[in-house]
Design a protein around this ligand. Sequence first.
Ligand SMILES: Nc1ncnc2c1ncn2[C@@H]1O[C@H](COP(=O)(O)OP(=O)(O)O)[C@@H](O)[C@H]1O
Ligand SMILES: [Mg+2]
Length: 201
Amino acid sequence: MKYKTKIKDATYSDDISGLLLDTSRQYTLQEIYIYEAKNITKATLKYLSAKPDKKLAPFDYEWLLQLHYEMFGDVWQWAGKLRKVELSIGIKAYMIPIELKKLVDDLRYWQEHKTFGIIEIASRIHHRAVQIHPFKNGNGRWARMLANIYLKQNGLAPTKWNENLLSKENPHRDKYILALKKADNGDYSKLVKMQSNSFKS
Ligand SMILES: Nc1ncnc2c1ncn2[C@@H]1O[C@H](COP(=O)(O)OP(=O)(O)O)[C@@H](O)[C@H]1O
Ligand SMILES: [Mg+2]
């Protein structure tokens, strides 16, 4: 089922199949975003209130999916489930499990060999996670949460992303997308810089 709603003069259209809220009524994207944000708060409390140990946040394959479920499972039926459809961003759906496993292995290698500093590892996790784009939606928020959990687990402050980053009106968004595109070409410097700074909204 598709529906359209208007937010600040921009017409958005989104797929609400799998919405776990009462679907006999319509929601604006803003309302759904708030339900999602409430759900995400639970994960924030669980993983970022105190330093999460390796048992809580093991950064293994199953946990990567579990985290997405913990962030979106109250709102979306497809939370924590790998997408089967192709999207405009992300790799081919059939490649997702193998690429996620590769990310888990790469992360282990980077940690063991101290290939990069903590912030660069967090940036690489973040970038690879959105590049893979494993889920139907919520990939950006999930990837930024992953990076933040990694920072916190390694004794650094989580990045204060302005979590309105999805909004077209956010002045930081273009800078953020550009940093991701640079990272696509192997240049992580811009993303590392953003990841080490707090946004002022
Ligand atoms: N060219 C791009 N345009 C928009 N988002 C991009 C682009 N390249 C990568 N992304 C990433 O994809 C995310 C959007 O994916 P999406 O699944 O909708 O996540 P969310 O719903 O959490 O915003 C962005 O936050 C960003 O991390
Ligand atoms: Mg989205």
